[in-house]
Design a protein around this ligand. Structure first.
Ligand SMILES: *Cc1c(COP(=O)(O)O)cnc(C)c1O
Length: 394
């Protein structure tokens, strides 16, 4: 199948044109003349895709949202010149001292982060800050009792020239539910009533499930859907018009016929109930395929639906080839991430979510960029990808 995959066992393929397409789908959720801007969330190295690989597909985003300050510097180095939001904010006082990144936005989630900003020298290129509301997730941020005091402190820092602007940030805990954001929004809007500053709410699930509410925000922050993955339960990305941006491939490296009653695998975990044909796929937990993937986890062998037998080892996954049309040694295997086998489906079988699979690949898995010629597919062309990487739409 892949001329460029000759000599590789397992490998991933990443397609920035799919990311550009998905960004267009999300932008369209914001209405015909959207006012909300998009922080493209690229934490965990763009959800495991590699920021530098997907950046060409994010040219139409208004900003990048990263996990930590070091990622902001890395994003600039990778060619992103637009705004960058650091979701985790400052980690310590030292980080606050050397801030020298234009168009830097920092989340502030606790009072110590304000102390560190207070102790920075005024002047230079001060960051904008986004006050984080505790919201219904409850992991981090200012709660109802503390938020307005924190805002007052920010206003002081702004008057001193230590910060460039103040925004309000909330993150939903259950936006994938039909009733998932109404209460959270009501509380947040009541809390910030009368306080100036832009408002940022809305992950992928909010944009896809509650677009009318999402488009009232000044900035939204989709992540997982940019990569073609559905955040909604029992719905896969392709059903939403999204295109998978990463797929995991391997090949069959051994085949054998097993008699009824024979045992396979460490400690004989697999027992052949009947005569069967077993293939070995050159991929394992050493590549980031989850070891606990149970028997029955789907994969595509030579384009045919097949199921694993469980008992994943470091380098190999046994797959049931019984009843399939003859499969040669070397036959291509799709482990997940194509329209025919969305990563969501595989994740469901493994009892986890797609984001875990995307971010689990280990460094030994080579990544092959999908050539532009192969990215043509059904659906609207990614109109915004014409501008060079790093050009924000302001
Ligand atoms: C991860 C994250 C997002 C994006 O969420 P998705 O579900 O991937 O769309 C947005 N905001 C914050 C604060 C996040 O941590």
């Amino acid at each position: 199948m892949d001329g460029d995959a000759i000599g590789l066992r397992v490998h991933a393929r990443v397609n920035p044109a799919a990311v550009a397409h998905n960004l267009g789908v999300l932008r369209a959720r914001l209405g015909p003349a959207p006012t909300a801007r998009i922080w493209a969330t690229v934490k965990a190295d763009a959800y495991g895709h590699g920021l530098h690989r997907v950046l060409p597909g994010l040219a139409g985003a208004d900003g990048l949202a990263v996990s930590q300050l070091a990622d902001a510097y890395a994003s600039r180095a990778a060619g992103w010149n637009g705004p960058i939001l650091v979701l985790g904010g400052l980690l310590d006082a030292v980080e606050a001292q050397g801030l020298a990144l234009p168009d830097l936005h920092l989340t502030v989630a606790h009072p110590a982060q304000l102390d560190w900003l207070r102790d920075t020298p005024a002047g230079g290129a001060p960051p904008s800050i986004w006050l984080r509301y505790m919201g219904d997730i409850g992991y981090t941020g200012f709660d109802d009792a503390c938020y307005r005091d924190a805002y007052e402190r920010c206003s002081m820092l702004a008057r001193q020239g230590r910060i460039a602007g103040i925004g309000h940030l909330n993150h939903y805990g259950r936006a994938e539910q039909p009733d998932g954001i109404a209460q959270a929004d009501a509380r947040f809007q009541a809390l910030i009533r009368g306080l100036p500053g832009p408002r940022s709410c809305g992950n992928s699930a909010a944009l896809l499930r509650h677009p009318d509410a999402a488009r009232t925000a000044d900035w939204v922050r989709p992540g997982i859907a940019l990569y073609g993955v559905s955040p909604l339960p029992a719905v896969d990305g392709p059903d939403l018009g999204l295109r998978p941006a990463m797929s995991l491939h391997s090949r069959i490296v051994a085949i054998r016929d097993v008699a009824a009653g024979e045992r396979l695998g460490y400690n004989g975990t697999i027992v052949a109930a009947a005569p069967m044909r077993v293939g070995m796929v050159a991929c394992g937990y050493g590549d980031g395929y989850l070891r606990h993937a149970p028997a029955g986890t789907p994969m595509l062998v030579n384009g045919h639906a097949a199921a694993t037998l469980g008992a994943v080892t470091m380098d190999l996954i046994p797959v049931d080839l019984t009843g399939l049309p003859p499969v040669p040694i070397g036959a291509p295997v799709v482990l997940w991430g194509t329209p025919g086998l969305p990563v969501e489906q595989v994740a469901r079988h493994m009892g986890t979510i797609a984001a875990e699979l995307l971010t689990s690949l280990t460094p030994r898995v080579p990544v092959i960029p999908v050539p532009a010629a192969e990215t043509d597919g059904p659906g609207p062309r990614p109109g915004r990808s014409a501008s060079p990487p790093g050009t924000p739409r302001r």
